[in-house]
Design a protein around this ligand. Structure first.
Ligand SMILES: [Fe+2]
Ligand SMILES: [Fe+2]
Length: 295
């Protein structure tokens, strides 16, 4: 999409009445996400007004993973234990999950498999970041959680045409994005970036939605100081996506692309052996995350 067309598209998304909206708590969590000066106390004040979210966080803090000797009952202490960034991510993840909690299915596509895929990509993106750019680890999780959000927009906004997408995709062996372009004239990168903008999410997450299947002008290396955060996160999510495809954690079966994997590894400066190590640890990490997220 060109710039002109994209802004028209943004207008369409901004004014569509049937577009999924984020729960009010999530909007407040996003404000905290955007503000570098926010503290754990700012988060507590938002979360304490939401009993469902509060009890969920308490359950996470008391999960076997943290192995506490006594049960925690105080939200403030739970936030301190879990850490500001992970509480932010857990809260945002819980809010976003409500949008995927639909019985929607079409052919082999289901809303719940898309959610499980998003969580897998988030967990693997964080694992990759921990080894390569540890300072962005929690941001990489958020990037993974939102990367395919555009697909929700498609079936909410244009349910009949989304059925055509699935039909154009299933059994054809072509990439999902091509089937979307054919049936809709746009793909989930277009509406994903538009809805994240509408929701007021930071620019680097918008860029992840746009570039998580690669971009036309890709820098050879993202390791220099000048590499933009959005480009780096998009590359991590892209690689996580490839790992998911290899391991069958996709929401649909997409063709594997070994060449893409090698290209992204080169960009982020990760050796092939290190990459295999990460892939070998994914099962354990996914199990751990499912326990913490109570999935
Ligand atoms: Fe995608
Ligand atoms: Fe994906």
């Amino acid at each position: 999409m060109g710039t002109m067309k994209r802004s028209k598209f943004q207008n369409l998304i901004d004014n569509a009445p049937d577009i999924p909206t984020l729960p009010a708590v999530a909007t407040k969590v996003i404000e905290v996400v955007r503000d570098a000066d926010s503290t754990a106390e700012d988060l507590r004040q938002i979360i304490c007004h939401d009993p469902v979210l509060s009890s969920r966080l308490m359950r996470m803090a008391n999960s076997a993973y943290f192995g506490l000797p006594d049960e925690l009952t105080d939200l403030q202490r739970a936030i301190v234990l879990l850490g500001f960034n992970s509480v932010r991510n857990l809260a945002f993840t819980a809010c976003l999950q409500s949008l995927y909690k639909s019985e929607y299915r079409c052919g082999s596509f289901t809303a719940s498999s898309l959610w499980m895929h998003s969580v897998s990509v988030a967990v693997i993106s964080r694992m990759l970041a921990e080894r390569i750019w540890p300072e962005f680890a929690e941001e990489a999780f958020l990037a993974g959680i939102v990367h395919d959000v555009g697909i929700i927009v498609e079936w909410n906004l244009l349910p009949e045409r989304f059925e055509q997408v699935i039909r154009a995709f299933e059994g054809t062996g072509r990439p999902f994005g091509e089937a979307e372009k054919q049936a809709l004239g746009f793909d989930h990168r277009d509406c994903g970036s538009a809805i994240l903008r509408r929701w007021g999410l930071p620019k680097h997450l918008v860029r992840v939605a746009r570039q998580h299947h690669g971009s036309r002008k890709e820098p050879a290396s993202l390791n220099s100081e000048s590499g933009a955060l959005g480009d780096r996160l998009a590359a991590l999510v892209h690689l996580a996506e490839c790992i998911c495809a290899e391991r069958g954690n996709g929401f649909i079966d997409e063709p594997r692309d070994e060449e893409r994997v090698m290209a992204v590894l080169g960009q982020i400066g990760c050796g092939h052996e290190e990459y295999r190590n990460i892939v070998d640890c994914t099962d354990e990490e996914l199990d751990r995350a499912r326990t913490i997220l109570a999935l």
